[in-house]
Design a protein around this ligand. Structure first.
Ligand SMILES: Cc1cc2nc3c(=O)[nH]c(=O)nc-3n(C[C@H](O)[C@H](O)[C@H](O)COP(=O)(O)OP(=O)(O)OC[C@H]3O[C@@H](n4cnc5c(N)ncnc54)[C@H](O)[C@@H]3O)c2cc1C
Length: 429
C-alpha cells in the first residue's frame, strides 16, 4: 500500500486524510501546531471563546450537508440570517453598501448613486485589467472612492490598481439600477450575496469542524513540524531529525513556505515563490463585560483612519461569552511576514471607542491576540504565472498541492473540505 503523507492539519489536510481513511488508507498527517484546524480554530480564555476571526459556514453544495452528517455534525449548526453593516462617515449602514446608501450623508449618497448610474449607462462589459477598473465598471466612481478602494487597500495592503479582478466574482454582488435607487431611499431589500445566511455551531466555536474531522484521522501527528522536503528522495524531514518516506505527499502549507522547505526545487520555481504576495491578519479579540454594543454580526470599516478593516461581534451568533458579557474580534492586515505596529492594540481600542463599540476599557476582561500568516493571497499580475510555475515544479515531483495556500487562492471552509477530498482521490487512486 502506498505511503501517503499529508503536510498540514488545517481543514484541507484533515479532509484529505479523513477521506483517505474512508478508502482504507491511513495517511500520516504532520502538523506543526499543537492542535489541528489551521486557520479554522477556536481559542479558549477563561470563560470566553474566540475563533481566529469570524469563521461562518456557507454551504453551496448539497453534498456538504451530507458530509456534515457523516461527521456527526448534522444538528450541531444553527442557521443565521446575516446582520452586517458598514461603519462609514459616523454612521452604520447595512451591508452591502450598494443597496443601502440611505443612511449615509447626502454627499456620499449622491456620489455613489450618480457614479453607479454613469457606469450603468456606459455599459462597459469588457474584461477589466485590474480590480480598480472592475469596480469602476460595475459600481462607478462613488462606491469605488467611498468603500471599495479604501476597504480593499486596507485588507490587501495594496493599491486597488495593483490587484486583479479574478477572485471577486462570487464574493461581491452587483445590484441592478432599481436596487441602487431603492437603496438610496431606504426601501427594504432582502439580504443578497453568497453569505446572506450562514451556519454556525450552536456551542463550542468553529473548532467543532476540524475536531470532528480529526476524530476520524488515525495518523494525525500534532506538534510535528516538517523542516525539509526532498522531492527526488521522496521523504520529509521533521524537527528533531526524523525522516519519513512517502510515495505521495499532499501539501497544504503555503506555497511560499513549501518552496523554502523543498531542498531540490528548481531555482526558477523558487524565484516564482518570491513573487507571491500575501497579507497576514492580526486578530485582536476582546472579552468584555456587559451586553454587546450593537446587533450586527460584523462591521466593515473602510476609512483609513481606523487601523482595522473589520470588527466582528461573534457573541451575537455564537456561544462565545459568559452570561451578560460579549466578544469583539478586530482584524488588521499587515504584509505577510512583517510585524504588526507596536502600538496596534492601543490604536484599536481607540478606534473601537470612536465607533461606539467599546464604552469602557475597564470592562475588558480578556485580550487574546492571534496572528494568521498568511491569511489572504494578494491577487496581483504576478500571481497566475508564479502559481503555474510552482504547480508545474511540484506536480513534476508528484506532490499533490491542495487547499487555500498550496493554490494561493481565496477560498472558504467548504472549499477546503472538497479540496481535501479531491487530494485524497489523487493520492489514493
Ligand atoms: C481571516 C480569515 C477569515 C476567514 N473567514 C472564513 C469564513 O467566515 N468562512 C469560511 O468558509 N472560510 C473562511 N476563511 C477561510 C478558511 O479559514 C480557509 O479556507 C481554510 O481554513 C483553509 O484551510 P487549509 O487547510 O487549506 O489551510 P490552513 O488552515 O492554513 O492549514 C495549513 C496547515 O499547515 C500547517 N503547516 C504549515 N507549515 C507546516 C510545516 N512546516 N509543518 C507542519 N505543518 C505545517 C499549518 O500549521 C496549518 O495548520 C477565512 C480565512 C481567513 C484567513
Amino acid at each position: 500500500m502506498s505511503r501517503v503523507v499529508v503536510l498540514g492539519a488545517g481543514l484541507t489536510g484533515l479532509s484529505a486524510a479523513w477521506h483517505a481513511a474512508r478508502d482504507g488508507v491511513v495517511a500520516t498527517v504532520l502538523e506543526r501546531d499543537d492542535e489541528a484546524g489551521g486557520a479554522c480554530r477556536t481559542l479558549s480564555r477563561e470563560a470566553y471563546r474566540f475563533d481566529l476571526t469570524g469563521h461562518l459556514l456557507h454551504l453551496a453544495r448539497d453534498e456538504s450537508r451530507a458530509l456534515l452528517r457523516r461527521l456527526g455534525l448534522g444538528g450541531a449548526f444553527r442557521r443565521h440570517r446575516r446582520r452586517a453593516g458598514i461603519a462609514l462617515a459616523g454612521t452604520v449602514t447595512p451591508y452591502p453598501i450598494q443597496i443601502h446608501t440611505h443612511r449615509l450623508p447626502p454627499e456620499i449618497r449622491r456620489d455613489c448613486v450618480l457614479g453607479f448610474v454613469e457606469a450603468w449607462a456606459r455599459g462597459d462589459e469588457s474584461e477589466a485589467a485590474s480590480f480598480a477598473d472592475w469596480v469602476r465598471q460595475r459600481f462607478g466612481e462613488g462606491f469605488a472612492r467611498h468603500f471599495f478602494f479604501p476597504y480593499n487597500a486596507k485588507l490587501f495592503c495594496a493599491a486597488p490598481d495593483e490587484l486583479t479582478a479574478d477572485w471577486v466574482g462570487r464574493y461581491v454582488p452587483r445590484p441592478g439600477l432599481a436596487d441602487v435607487v431603492d437603496g438610496a431611499f431606504g426601501l427594504y431589500r432582502a439580504p443578497v450575496g453568497y453569505n446572506a445566511t450562514f451556519l454556525y455551531p450552536r456551542a463550542g466555536g468553529i473548532r467543532m469542524l476540524p475536531d470532528a474531522l480529526a476524530a476520524g484521522v488515525p495518523g494525525l501527528r500534532l506538534g510535528t513540524a516538517v523542516t525539509a522536503v526532498s522531492l527526488a528522495g521522496r521523504e520529509v524531514e521533521l524537527e528533531g531529525g526524523e525522516r519519513l518516506p512517502f510515495d505521495v505527499l499532499v501539501a497544504t502549507a503555503p506555497l511560499t513556505h513549501l518552496a523554502a522547505l523543498a531542498v531540490d526545487l528548481p531555482a526558477s520555481a523558487r524565484d516564482a515563490a518570491a513573487r507571491l504576495r500575501g497579507v497576514a491578519v492580526v486578530n485582536i479579540n476582546l472579552g468584555v463585560r456587559g451586553p454587546a454594543p450593537r446587533r450586527e454580526h460584523w462591521l466593515y470599516v473602510p476609512e483609513p483612519r481606523f487601523p482595522f478593516y473589520r470588527v466582528g461581534l461573534p457573541s451575537n451568533h455564537g456561544a462565545m461569552a459568559p452570561p451578560g458579557c460579549h466578544t469583539l474580534s478586530v482584524e488588521v492586515s499587515v504584509p505577510a511576514g512583517r510585524p504588526a505596529p507596536a502600538d496596534l492594540l492601543a490604536r484599536c481600542l481607540t478606534g473601537l471607542e470612536e465607533l461606539d463599540l467599546l464604552a469602557d476599557r475597564g470592562a475588558v476582561e480578556v485580550v487574546a491576540e492571534a496572528r494568521i500568516d498568511p491569511a489572504y493571497a494578494v491577487f496581483d499580475a504576478a500571481r497566475p504565472g508564479a502559481v503555474a510555475a510552482l504547480r508545474d515544479a511540484f506536480g513534476a515531483a508528484g506532490v499533490v498541492l491542495a487547499g487555500r495556500w498550496a493554490e494561493w487562492k481565496y477560498s472558504t471552509m467548504e472549499d477546503a473540505l472538497w479540496d481535501g477530498a479531491g487530494a485524497a482521490r489523487q493520492a489514493t487512486p
